[in-house]
Design a protein around this ligand. Structure first.
Ligand code: NAD
Length: 409
């Protein structure tokens, strides 16, 4: 499965339903700019390695490009293009005045030392400096990129620019231009949306069983928030194993265990299950929070959850979307479910460029005020057009991109 093909199929479906202007559709059918670079990085042993890197600037109809940088061995251009396209849609879904972009490096970050990671991060900025900037294109963290990496990147950019330029990347540490609440924003936004979605399915937190795939920034914070709110998390997956306990996992203890052992495997009173079993679990809520292409026509039929909340980007194929919709499963799409991340990134950027910093309460209430009305607008659109939430979210976003595009020419 190719993530970009999936993205273009989603675009086609929604654009037909709103009769999208053909020129706007043409513009959205390809990225505005694709930049590739070879990053030379000195390894700790003195050797030189070259890393393939990308930045895709997909669409800027509504403002500067915005989107994360991924460090992963499976990064490829089609994946970065898909992610950049989804950022365009996502910013429009939550009505952020920014466009969509995404970057990546083909690297196994676990094979690098801290010093090598720093040199790679700085090399990325040196390569892409001419095409990014606080008013042009603003990267952020994604899979296996961290606030520390963002700090190195902002520092490198500032040195090259000859002036502090904190607004060049978001997701920075609090000590260096970061926003309060950014570290938990993706999951918090997803949590607010889920709190509305469960009402549609007559579910209650304390009676709901949850399975989460991915225990990184998005998945682990979500697990913590849900556990605190009384949901029962029965299954958790990371890249190495999947643990299950039908009585519920104590998430505080899981955090402690993973911190000490580096793994989920072997956690007390849990058994390991296969990926196939994970997706067939009899749970109420299923949360993919790892990588794309996890739910396909091969496993969608087995899904028993009443709600699928996509914290990951692109975890569901178009065929699987249709299967889930026909089964009556409420799928809350990535472009809404994980939009809390880019929303607080936007707040961080606003704070950087105005040099005026917000309290945690301000960030949280501004986030809530964007997430819940966006969910309600999309739900209403889906009901009106008798379609799924993803298509409705695309319809809403495309209409906004269309009006910005048309007013400009
Ligand atoms: P992360 O690097 O912090 O964590 C990724 C997690 O996925 C890790 O726990 C890893 O072990 C797990 N994982 C990797 N491969 C796996 C596999 N094959 N099976 C099961 N688990 C696997 O990344 P993240 O920031 O949490 O991002 C996860 C997803 O959420 C991505 O799709 C990302 O694009 C999306 N997302 C993240 C943010 C954010 O702010 N962090 C915002 C929007 C969307």
């Amino acid at each position: 499965m190719n993530a970009y093909d999936n993205a273009m199929r989603q675009l086609e479906k929604a654009s037909q339903l709103i009769n999208l202007d053909k020129d706007v559709l043409a513009k959205l059918s390809a990225p505005e700019r694709v930049i590739m670079a070879s990053l030379p990085v000195k390894m700790d042993d003195g050797s030189l390695r070259i890393f393939q890197a990308y930045r895709v600037q997909y669409n800027s109809a509504r403002g500067p490009y915005k989107g994360g940088i991924r460090f992963h061995p499976q990064v490829d251009l089609d994946e970065v293009k898909a992610l950049a396209f989804w950022m365009t849609i996502k910013c429009a879904v939550v009505d952020i005045p920014m466009g969509g972009g995404k970057g990546g490096v083909v690297v196994d970050p676990k094979s690098l030392s801290l010093a090598e990671t720093e040199r790679l991060s700085r090399a990325w900025i040196r390569a892409f400096k001419p095409v990014i900037g606080p008013e042009i294109d603003v990267p952020a963290p994604d899979v296996y990129t961290t606030p520390q990496i963002m700090a190195w990147m902002a520092d490198e950019y500032g040195q090259l620019a000859g002036k502090p330029s904190l607004g060049v990347v978001t997701g920075k540490p609090l000590e260096y231009g970061g926003s309060k609440g950014r570290d938990v924003a993706t999951a918090t936004g997803g949590f607010y949306v889920l709190s509305e979605a469960i009402k549609e399915k007559d579910l209650e937190p304390k009676k709901s069983q949850v399975a989460i795939q991915g225990f990184g920034n998005a998945g682990s914070v979500m697990a913590k928030l849900l556990f605190k709110a009384g949901y029962k998390i029965v299954a958790l997956a990371d890249s190495k194993s999947i643990i299950y306990n039908d009585k519920g996992l104590d998430i505080d203890k899981v955090f402690e265990y993973k911190k000490n052992s580096g793994a989920l495997s072997g956690f007390e009173n849990s058994k390991e299950i296969s990926k196939e079993e994970f997706f067939a679990l009899d749970v109420d809520i299923l949360i993919p929070a790892a990588l794309e292409n996890q739910i396909s026509k091969d496993n969608a039929d087995n899904i028993k959850a009443k709600i699928v909340l996509e914290l990951a980007n692109g975890p569901t194929s178009p065929e699987a979307d249709e299967i889930l919709y026909n089964k009556g499963i409420l799928l809350v799409p990535d472009v809404l479910a994980n939009a809390g991340g880019v929303t607080v990134s936007y707040f961080e950027w606003l704070q950087n460029i105005s040099n005026n910093y917000w309290s945690e309460e301000e960030v949280d209430s501004e986030l809530r005020e964007r997430m819940i009305p966006s969910f309600q607008a999309i739900l209403q659109m889906a009901k009106e057009h008798k379609t799924d939430l993803r298509t409705a979210a695309f319809m809403l976003a495309l209409a906004r991109i269309e009006s910005a595009s048309k007013i400009r020419n």
